[in-house]
Every structure is written in C-alpha cells, then in structure tokens.
Design a binder for this molecule. Structure first.
Ligand SMILES: NC(=O)c1ccc[n+]([C@@H]2O[C@H](COP(=O)([O-])OP(=O)(O)OC[C@H]3O[C@@H](n4cnc5c(N)ncnc54)[C@H](O)[C@@H]3O)[C@@H](O)[C@H]2O)c1
Ligand SMILES: [Zn+2]
Length: 570
C-alpha cells in the first residue's frame, strides 16, 4: 500500500453485477459507517437516470460528472463508497480514491455476472435493460469489457471473488479485508494517549494509557473501527464499581451492550465459566463482528480473551485492565487461557486484542495488597530492559506508591510499552526474546507451587524470585553487589517482600493457613530442579546490569541451592 495515504474510507468497486451497492450498504451497516453510492449521487445531482445522461449528453459528460462526484465523496470520513467499475479506469479517479480509502474490488466470472444481470432484469421488467445485455452476445461482451478493465482492477488493494457468496458473506470478507489492510496504513502517531503500538504478526494494536481515559473507551473503540454489540465480561468486584459506567460509555458511542458478570477469584478462570459465557453469547445471537470487552484484572482478561479467541473461531476483543498486574502485564501480548484442575493456564491460545485501554484512575479502588503485588512486574520491566525507566521508578517511588496521577500514568505507560516491545519481537514465545519476561519467575513459581498458591500473590513471589535471581547473577560474577542492593531497595520501597522473613504470612483469599509452610525441599521439588538436572537445563533469566537481562542454561546447581537456602532458611 502506498505511503502517505490517510485512509478514512472504504471504496467498493467492480464490474456490473458484482453487487457493489448492496455489499457497500451491508458493509457500512456492519461497521456502523456512512454509505454512499457514487452513481446515485450523480442521479441526485442531475435529476436524471444514468442511462439518460449517456443518451442525452454522451459518455464524456457522464465521466465528468462522475469525477466531480468522486471528488466530493473523498471529502467524507468513515464512509463506504460504491464506485462504478468504469470509474477507476480513469487514473485521476483512482489516485483520488486511493489517497483516502482502501479499494476493494469485487470479482465474478463472466457467467456469474451474466446470470445476475439477467435475473435482475427479469425481476423488474420495466427497468431499462442494462446496456450490457442489450447486445447480440451479452456474455461475450461482458468477457471483452472485463478483460479490458482487468489491469485497472488489479490496482485495487484487495479483491474478493464473489461467485457463490451471498451479499452478507461478501460484506463479511470486506470487513475482514479492511481489518487486515488498515494495519498497513499510516497510523496517527500523534495520539498522545497511545503508550505503545504492539506490532504482532497476527494483529497490531494500540495500548492507550491515561488517567480518566475510561470515559473515552467508546470513542477509542470506534476509532479502531469496532462496531456492533459489545459484551462486557467482568467480575463482581470490578463490575459493581465500573460496570454501569462502562455500559453507559459504550452505549453513548453507539454500541449495543450486554454484560456477563462472573465471581471474582482465580477459580473462575475455568472451562466451566468459559462455557457459561459461550451459552450467554449464543443466547444473545452474538456475531463474529461483535466485540468482547474484558473489564477487570488478569483473571477476567485471560478468561474473556479465551472466549474471544474461540467463540465463532475468534471475534474482536478489547482489554480494559483494572488491576496493576493487568495494565502492565496480563493485558498485553495476547496470551489467553483458562486453568485446568491439574495446572494453571494449561488451556489457551495466543490471541491479540484489538486495543488495550488502561485508566490508572481505576487503581484507586484496587485492594492495597493487589496494588503492591503489581509493582513487582513494573520494577521487573525496568530491570530487564530499561535502566532509565528503573531510575525513574527509584526517583518517584514515594509518589507512585501514593498513586500520584501524572507519574502513575507515566509509570504504567512506560511499563506497558516495555512489555509491548518484547511481545512485538516475539509474539508466540518462539524466538526466546519473550523469555526475559520470566526474570524472577523461576523461583517465584517454585514458591507459589510449594505453597499451593495459598501464601503469595504472584507479584510477591516474583519480588522474592528477583532477589534470588539477582543473587545468582552476582555469584556468577555477572552483576555487581551495588545493583543487587538497588533492586532490593526499590522493591522494599514499594513494600514488596524481599525475603521470606518479611510480613507476607497471611493466606491469600480462601486459602488455608496450613499451606503457608515452606521448606527448601518443597521449593526445589516444585521447581523440578532435580528433574531438570537430568533432562533439560533450566533457562535462567539473570541480570548483567540494571536494564540488561541475560539468559543462561549453565547455572550450576549448587549456586541455585545456596541462594534458595538463603531465601527459604535464612
Ligand atoms: N495473559 C498474561 O500474559 C498474564 C500475565 C500475568 C498474569 N496473568 C493472569 O492474570 C491473573 C492475575 O491478575 P490479577 O492480579 O489482576 O488478578 P485478578 O483479576 O484476580 O484481580 C485481583 C483482584 O482485584 C480485584 N480488582 C481488579 N481490579 C480492581 C479495581 N480496579 N478495583 C477493585 N478491585 C479490583 C479483582 O476482582 C480480584 O479480586 C492470573 O490469572 C494470571 O494467570 C496473565
Ligand atoms: Zn508475572
């Protein structure tokens, strides 16, 4: 696609009988856009049917009127424009249309065209016989004319073969084409609310971060060309705080809205609840172009995203993260899924959202322990990739902990951008780039599993895990003691635990106190250290410096055990 285009419209063109007008109208309905038929505009302007213009004024006059009408149509925004097949043959028209719209050409075999025109003429016998049919051998005439226009049609951005498809099937293809193509159109980089644009192979999408931005969710969704029915999926805690407001915001932007509210807590992230949501969507006759809106923390995001990835083989979805973990981590990167009784996140997919919108103001209602836990991932992002960001956190930690709006939005935007950058390079965790996000997580998983997920919030375990990983890095001579201390000091200022002596000793929701006990043997078992010695070595994410991660598979067992012993049996 040409650069320098400002794409705001969709142009549907093609030979007579390919269904341009009907398809354009149906596409406009699906996108909730305006609709304009260039030929109808000419008729309206002149007060004469096209055939009469041809007869009385000649083709030259008609082409002149056509050019004028196209010029006017190109002033429109978010409009689906149907344009006669003869129009784009004229280079000037093509240039004009291509500058402001994606051009989709509808194709059909000459036989199909002949049959459709013939049937249309038969349906309304009073209508003037289309000029194409008013010749001796119409099929041959269609063939010739089509062949002569083919080079011009080939310039379209996208071609859809319409033989055997209904109008609504073709419109569905047009919407798909539009979603694919607009990724390559120049985007508005000056939108100050965009923290980062994730460029994953399967989808590119903006991450919006802004204090109070929730009120503009509908507007941002419309700008991302989403329309139709939005199904909000949320948990009871979050919905009771923000659900009605988000419903209002979306309705005001022209969406139909349904809401499905699930109980809070990790147990809800299950196949059982996914099925309940499928049932709800089926009952409401949800279509493939409708939208899922995940409103909540990471639990809701993973569950709603899993439903979006699988219902009707995938539908558009929007992440509206309301916990710190979700804003800087879970909502970005397209990992969606549910838990299996035998393990967390065992069932899932990579399925990127169409946009992410994080409003840090929602963090003012997040329980303090959840908030503190989220800072661990923010700090991690600085540690693995961005020294400057780490220093920004060091400098502003007191204000950040108090949720000072401007700094908070900056911290979240910065952290989300780092995650966005990593997943853009390695969407499906194949290149290894994404592995660095696991800094602190090897030990964290051991701690979490050894306590049956009953003692630590994830971020708390990650904080301790990062302390362990930094110490291993120092033992291997990779990292200075000074850096290890700076990491520890920042974590403590955010009130995160850096050792097991720290105060994190109350069970997480719904867990028994008996799960709190931790032993070195328990942790090494949970980390499968012994298994991995014999089989594949653990890939440790370590630090060489603040802002610089290194992946090592050759970490001696004794160093790991020494550090674990320091952590678990201090
Ligand atoms: N997909 C990924 O890449 C990814 C990454 C990290 C974590 N996760 C997943 O995310 C989940 C953890 O996310 P989480 O920590 O957000 O947990 P969560 O969604 O369970 O939210 C934590 C608690 O905070 C409440 N809450 C959320 N936002 C609130 C708000 N603004 N005000 C008041 N209460 C609010 C929730 O109701 C819940 O009780 C786990 O399931 C984890 O596996 C996924
Ligand atoms: Zn994590």
């Amino acid at each position: 696609m040409k650069s320098g285009r400002r794409i705001t419209n969709l142009v549907i063109t093609g030979f007579s009988g390919t269904g341009k007008s009907l398809v354009a109208k149906e596409t406009a309905r699906r996108l909730n856009w305006g609709y304009l038929d260039n030929d109808d505009e000419i008729v309206r302007q002149t007060g004469k049917p096209i055939a009469e213009i041809f007869r009385q004024d000649g083709e030259g006059k008609f082409r002149e009127l056509e050019r004028e009408a196209i010029r006017r149509a190109c002033q429109e925004k978010q409009t689906v424009i149907a344009v006669g097949g003869g129009a784009i043959v004229v280079p000037e028209n093509y240039e004009l249309l291509a500058k402001t719209g994606v051009i989709v050409c509808l194709e059909a075999k000459p036989e199909t065209i002949y049959e459709r025109l013939f049937r249309a003429a038969a349906r309304s016998p009073d209508a003037e016989v289309r000029p194409l049919l008013a010749v001796d051998n119409p099929l041959e005439r269609i063939r010739q004319l089509k062949a002569s226009r083919q080079p011009h049609y080939a310039k379209a951005d996208w071609t859809i073969h319409t033989d055997g498809l209904s109008v609504s099937e073709v419109a569905e293809e047009v919407v798909r084409a539009w979603r694919l193509l607009r990724r390559h159109t120049p985007r508005n980089k000056s939108d100050k609310d965009i923290a980062y644009t994730v460029e994953a192979g399967t989808q590119s999408y903006p991450i919006f971060v802004g204090y109070g931005l929730l009120d503009r969710l509908g507007e941002k969704m419309r700008q991302s060309t989403l329309s139709g029915t939005a199904t909000i999926i949320s948990d009871e805690n979050v919905f009771s705080l923000y659900g009605r407001r988000v419903e209002r915001i979306l309705k005001a932007a022209g969406f139909s809205v349904n809401s499905f509210v699930v109980p809070p807590g990790e147990e809800t992230k299950s196949m059982g609840y996914a099925i309940e949501i499928y049932d709800f969507l089926v009952e409401r006759r949800t279509e493939r172009d409708d939208i899922i809106v995940a409103l909540g923390g990471g639990m809701v995001g993973d569950l709603a995203g899993f439903v979006a990835a699988t219902f009707l083989r995938g539908m558009p979805w929007v992440q509206v993260p309301t916990s710190l973990v979700a804003m800087v981590d879970a909502s970005i990167g397209g990992k969606v899924g549910v838990n299996h009784p035998e393990g967390k996140n065992l069932i899932g997919a990579f399925y990127q959202p169409n946009l992410v919108l994080a409003d840090p103001q929602t963090l003012t209602t997040l329980p303090r322990r959840e908030l503190v836990s989220g800072w661990a991932e923010v700090v991690k992002h600085g540690l693995i990739l961005d020294k400057e960001f780490f220093e920004f956190l060091e400098k502003n930690v007191n204000e950040l902990a108090k949720l000072e709006p401007k700094l908070l939005a900056r911290a979240i935007a910065g952290s989300a951008a780092i995650k966005g950058q990593v997943v853009s390079q390695d969407e499906k965790e194949k290149e290894g780039t994404r592995t660095i996000l696991n800094y602190g997580h090897t030990i964290a998983h051991g701690l979490e599993a050894a306590t049956q997920y009953g003692r630590f919030l994830h971020g708390e375990a990650v904080a301790i895990g990062m302390v362990g990983a930094a110490r291993i890095s120092r033992r291997l001579g990779l990292l200075s003691s000074d850096a290890v201390e700076r990491q520890g000091a920042l974590l403590e200022k955010f009130d995160l635990p850096t050792s097991l002596r720290a105060k994190v000793a109350s069970p997480t929701r719904g867990r028994k106190r008996s799960n709190l006990k931790l032993s070195l043997a328990g942790v090494t078992r949970a980390m499968e250290l012994d298994k991995k010695v014999r089989g594949k070595a653990i890939r440790w994410v370590l630090l060489e410096n603040i802002g610089q991660a290194a992946i090592r598979s050759d970490v001696p067992q004794k160093e790991v055990l020494a550090v674990l012993r320091e952590l678990v049996e201090p």
